[in-house]
Design a protein around this ligand. Structure first.
Ligand code: HEM
Length: 456
C-alpha cells in the first residue's frame, strides 16, 4: 500500500490546486447540490482548495489525508471549523462541540458510560424499544408509513431510555415538539453553512428560527432536569443521574444545570438523528437488494432461533453488521465534517495555510476508486475482508474525537434490523426515488414512504 511519503512525492510544499469558480458562484452551487459539488471538487486532487463566499477552504477524500487530520497530526487540526462554530451556536458547548480542557472533562465523565461492555447492559432496553416499534408498525396495517419517522421514534426511544433510565420520553407531552425542533435545526444548519453564516440573532429569518428551535429544546430539557431533581430514584443508574451526581460535587463548578442541559441536548440530537438515517438508508438499500434480505433472514432464523434479538446475539449477527457497514459506506449518516488548520502545515505534500478550514468528505472517501472495488455497488461481503486502508471507512470518524456512540449505534441498529426485518417486508411506494438530502446528517428524503407487509 502507498504511504504518506509516496503521496507527497513531486509536490512538496505546493499549495493545493484551486478549483475554478468565484466565492458567489461556488456558494450557489453548494446551495443547489452540496454533495455533487463537493464530490466534484474532491475528485480533482487528493487535497483541493475552492472559494466559497469570502472563505477558501480545503477539501479532501483521501484516506491518507484523513489519517493525518484525525490521527498523526490531530493537534494541528482542532475542531474550529465554520461547521463546528455553527453547531456550537445551535447546540452550545457539549462533548461534540467543545475544545481543550472542557472537552477533556466531558469526555472523561461520559466515555465510560458508552463503552461496549457498558452499552451491552442496555440490550434489554433496546429490545423493548424494538418490540414497541414492531407493535406500532403492525398497527399501521397496510396503510403507507413514513419509515424514516418510525426509525426516529425508535432511536429516540432508545437514547431516551439510556439517558434517562426509562420511557420518560413517551410520557412527556412536549417530546413531539422537541423532535420537530431537532429536524428544524438540521435544516437550518445547511442554510447557515451555505449562506453568510451569522450567529443566532433576531434580525435574520434564519437567526430567528434558530433561536426559536433552541428555545423549544431548552424548555424541554429544563423540564426533564427538573423532573429528575424532584425524583432522583426514578433516574437512578442513568446518564442523567451521573451528570447530576457530578453537579452535586462542589468542586465541579462547571457542572451547572445549564451545562447538563447542553450536554443532554447534544447526546439526544447526535444519538438519534444519525442512527435514524443509518437505519432508513439500510431499509432503502435492502428494498433494492432482495437477495441480501433473504440471506439476512436465514441468519436471523439461525442465530435467533425464534427468540427476540438481544445483546447476546450481537457478535453472531455477522451479515447483519456487514450490511450496516456497507450501508454506512454508501450513505454515511455523517457525510462531511471539518477541522481548522492551525498553524500552517503540510499534508500529502501540499502546504496548508493556518486559519483556513479543511473539509473531510466521508461520502467520497467511502467511494475512493483506489481503495474500493466497484464502489457504487452494494456488496456487504466486502466487509468480510480487511480494509484496503485503515482510514478508508470512517462513518464514526477517527482519532480522539471519534464518535462516543459507535458501540451503541451498531448494537441498536443490528438489533433493530433483526427484530423488524424478520417480521416485516417494507415495500417502497411505487415511483419512489431516493434523493439524498445532505444536512448535518444525510437524510433519506421524503421520509421513505413504504407499505408494511407481514413476512409470510
Ligand atoms: C450510525 C450512527 C452514528 C454515526 C454515523 C455517527 C457519526 C459520528 C461522527 C462521524 C462523529 C465525529 C465527527 C467529527 O469528527 O467531526 C461523531 C461524533 C460524536 N457522536 Fe456520533 N454517530 C452515530 C451515533 C451516535 C450515538 C448513538 C451517539 C450517542 C451518544 C453519538 C454521539 C456522538 C458524540 C457525543 C460525538 C462527539 C464526540 C467528541 O467529539 O468527543 N453518536 N459521530
Amino acid at each position: 500500500m502507498s504511504t504518506a511519503a509516496d503521496y507527497s512525492r513531486g509536490r512538496s510544499g505546493a499549495p493545493p490546486p484551486l478549483f475554478p469558480g468565484n466565492g458567489f458562484t461556488n456558494m450557489r452551487r453548494s446551495q443547489r447540490d452540496a454533495l455533487g459539488f463537493f464530490n466534484e471538487i474532491s475528485a480533482t486532487a487528493d487535497v483541493a482548495a475552492f472559494r466559497q463566499a469570502h472563505r477558501k477552504p480545503y477539501i479532501t477524500s483521501h484516506p491518507e489525508a484523513f489519517k493525518q487530520v484525525f490521527g498523526v497530526q490531530q493537534e494541528q487540526f482542532p475542531k474550529t471549523s465554520l461547521g463546528n462554530d455553527i453547531l456550537r451556536w445551535m447546540l452550545k458547548d457539549g462533548l461534540l462541540t467543545s475544545q481543550g480542557d472542557a472537552w477533556k472533562r466531558q469526555n472523561h465523565l461520559l466515555k465510560p458510560a458508552f463503552k461496549g461492555s457498558f452499552i451491552s447492559a442496555f440490550g434489554g432496553d433496546i429490545q423493548a424499544a424494538c418490540i414497541a416499534s414492531v407493535e406500532r408498525l403492525a398497527a399501521a396495517g397496510e396503510k403507507p408509513v413514513l419509515l424514516q419517522q418510525e426509525m426516529q421514534s425508535l432511536t429516540l426511544d432508545i437514547i431516551g431510555r439510556i439517558l434517562f433510565g426509562d420511557t420518560l420520553l413517551d410520557e412527556r407531552p412536549d417530546t413531539l415538539a422537541f423532535r420537530r425542533s431537532v429536524d428544524d435545526s438540521n435544516h437550518l444548519f445547511r442554510r447557515l453553512i451555505n449562506g453568510i453564516p451569522l450567529p443566532p440573532n433576531r434580525i435574520t429569518p434564519t437567526g430567528r428560527l434558530m433561536l426559536k428551535s433552541r428555545a423549544v429544546q431548552e424548555r424541554f430539557l429544563d423540564g426533564v432536569i427538573q423532573q429528575a431533581r424532584a425524583d432522583r430514584p426514578r433516574f437512578s443508574g442513568s446518564i442523567l443521574d451521573a451528570l447530576l451526581t457530578a453537579a452535586d460535587d462542589p468542586d465541579n463548578h462547571w457542572a451547572t444545570d445549564d451545562h447538563i442541559r447542553d450536554q443532554l441536548l447534544i447526546l439526544l440530537a447526535a444519538g438519534h438523528e444519525t442512527t435514524t438515517n443509518a437505519l432508513a438508508a439500510t431499509w432503502y438499500l435492502l428494498a433494492q437488494n432482495p437477495k441480501t434480505l433473504g440471506q439476512l433472514r436465514e441468519e436471523w432464523q439461525e442465530v435467533l432461533a425464534g427468540d427476540p434479538a438481544g445483546a447476546e446475539h450481537f457478535d453472531k449477527l455477522v451479515l447483519t453488521q456487514q450490511v450496516l457497514k456497507e450501508s454506512m459506506r454508501l450513505i454515511p449518516p455523517v457525510w462531511i465534517t471539518g477541522r481548522g488548520v492551525l498553524p500552517d502545515t503540510e499534508i500529502l505534500g501540499y502546504s496548508l495555510k493556518g486559519g483556513n478550514d479543511i473539509l473531510l468528505l466521508f461520502h467520497s472517501l467511502h467511494r475512493h476508486p483506489e481503495f474500493w472495488d466497484e464502489p457504487e455497488k452494494f456488496r456487504p461481503e466486502r466487509f468480510a475482508k480487511p480494509l484496503a486502508h485503515k482510514f478508508s471507512w470512517l462513518p464514526f470518524g477517527a482519532g480522539r474525537r471519534i464518535c462516543i456512540g459507535s458501540h451503541l449505534a451498531m448494537l441498536e441498529a443490528t438489533l433493530a434490523l433483526a427484530t423488524l426485518g424478520r417480521r416485516f417486508d417494507f415495500e417502497l411506494q411505487p415511483g419512489y426515488e431516493y434523493q439524498p438530502e445532505p444536512l448535518v446528517t444525510q437524510v433519506v428524503a421524503d421520509g421513505l414512504p413504504v407499505t408494511v407487509r407481514e413476512v409470510r
